[in-house]
Design a protein around this ligand. Sequence first.
Ligand code: BTN
Length: 239
Amino acid sequence: MERRHLAECGSTNTEALAHLRQGGGPLLVSASRQTAGRGRLGRVWQSDDAALTFSVALPVPAELDLAGLSLAVGCTVADTLDPGGERIRLKWPNDLFLDGAKLGGILIETAPLPAGERGVVIGVGLNLQPLPADADRRAFTSGHAALHTLDPDATATSALDRLAPALRAMLADFRTLGFAAWQAAFARRDLATGQRVRVGELTGVARGVSPRGELLLDTPAGVQACHGGELSLRLDPAP
Ligand code: BTN
């Protein structure tokens, strides 16, 4: 996979989508600074050189089921950076937590391509360094954790050198196996399982994920399968 590094850009996801729309092949694009980084559900993703920000661009068959892709990416990032499996946890559908605070997130976007293909962009943002003491923490509603707490020697380059081959291998397997191959790996790091949560309008007890990556929510009306696209999960919802 081609690798490209930019000192600054608006968003590596935007760069990756433009690359695919111009007919480009697999690409990993990283940036030292994003001026218009974005998160899920229209949120802003604040990032500077205290974070690792990159996107993988990939043309895939149009019919490939992408429902569990963000979970498989989360498992791969967590297993690579925390092989012991004890500290990085995953919050369905796209958050990485370290010791109970948000370490990073995943934003998947797609673009239609000609000839039965679809362009997929997987954006990953990870906090490398802790917030400065005087930072305004109100914007970080899920808390803020930094990779340096886990690995004080980690740099953006060293982390990306570990993640790039792992993600490449994962994506090759995902094409043939789908999310089902990561269901057990996700279960080991699932932050919400057994807890009372809110997903969109529904509240219930999280019961893991289906082989397609849907959250299984135990509600008074029975177990409901929730799709990740437009939903996020809140832990500890008000009764
Ligand atoms: C989230 O937590 O809502 C997802 C955050 C994803 C941020 C990454 S940083 C690299 C890529 N470029 C972006 O503009 N967003 C993603």
